[in-house]
Design a protein around this ligand. Structure first.
Ligand SMILES: [Fe+2]
Ligand SMILES: [Fe+2]
Length: 284
């Protein structure tokens, strides 16, 4: 049944801008051993919305640059490759998260902030676990775009927030994934994963997005476990994904599969919290 519903939704999805070529080309350049920052500047500048978001984010205290910058090139020089990638992906997501998602009870700013902070949580975890450059890139993409499916469902179905509340009241023991299935015949993780697969992202990435609320799937790889865990951390900080308010099942071995223990979580939580506060000033 879900395949049929997905097909119906994706018949309309061509209106959604594809993953920007700008970001794809910039990421390719950033994989080179010697990065050509002048060319990178040209590429990022070619998309004014991404360039503006990049400068906005880079000047937020969350990324702790020693000085304010008004040029992309200067920012690149002051940031490491890893941070450039992260901020670039966060800037790209701003292009998608630019409309209120009324069905999910989210303003455009809420969902963008939720996505960036999820990326920050994943970034801090990746740093703590000393993950490889490739794993970090997959994690950044999957965590920042994990709720992409909400945009698609909000745009292309007749979704109303009150319908979610009504189902939840009638079925108080259900988690939000079950509620979404009754309301829409699909859940936003599945839709986001399907879209990223269509955009030809690596399986590691679209699987993590697909799995981020599914307790059986999320523990099948380290990347999917970390994305799911980062989303939980963001919700614990009170930056929820809207109407779902983190009403989901969490498997017992999530921490273990992520490669973390509760002591490490206690260590990194304040860092994520502090960076979120610094970032939050951008959105008020
Ligand atoms: Fe989600
Ligand atoms: Fe989320």
């Amino acid at each position: 049944m879900s395949e049929f519903i997905l097909e119906k939704i994706f018949e309309k999805v061509d209106n959604l801008p594809p993953f920007p070529k700008t970001a794809q080309r910039a990421l390719e350049l950033l994989r080179e051993d010697e990065v050509d920052y002048k060319s990178l500047e040209e590429i990022v500048k070619s998309d004014p919305a991404i360039a503006a978001n990049f400068l906005k984010l880079v000047n937020s205290a969350a990324f702790s640059l020693p000085q304010k910058v008004d040029s992309l090139l200067k920012a690149f020089m002051l940031l490491g490759v890893d941070q450039i990638k992260f901020i670039l992906l966060a800037s790209v997501s701003g292009k998608y998260f630019s409309k209120d998602l009324t069905g999910y009870g989210l303003s455009a700013e809420d969902i963008w902030l939720h996505s960036i902070v999820c990326g920050i949580a994943a970034e801090e975890i990746a740093h703590e676990l000393k993950l490889s450059v490739e794993k970090k890139e997959s994690l950044y993409i999957a965590s920042i775009l994990h709720d992409l499916g909400k945009i698609v469902l909000d745009l292309y179905t007749n979704l109303e927030e009150k319908r979610f509340h009504q189902i939840s009241e009638e079925n108080p023991k259900w988690d939000f994934m079950q509620i979404e299935w009754l309301a829409l015949g699909v859940d936003h993780g599945m839709v986001g994963g399907y879209l990223l697969k269509r955009w030809k992202f690596p399986e590691e990435i679209y699987f993590a997005v697909r799995a981020h609320h599914d307790p059986d799937l999320m523990v099948q790889s380290k990347v999917s476990a970390i994305v799911a865990l980062s989303n939980i951390i963001v919700s614990l900080l009170g930056i929820t994904g809207g109407v779902d308010a983190f009403n989901y099942k969490v498997p017992e071995n999530l921490l273990e599969v992520s490669g973390l223990d509760s002591k490490t979580i206690e260590k990194i939580l304040p860092r994520i919290y502090r960076r979120t506060l610094l970032l939050g000033r951008l959105f008020v």
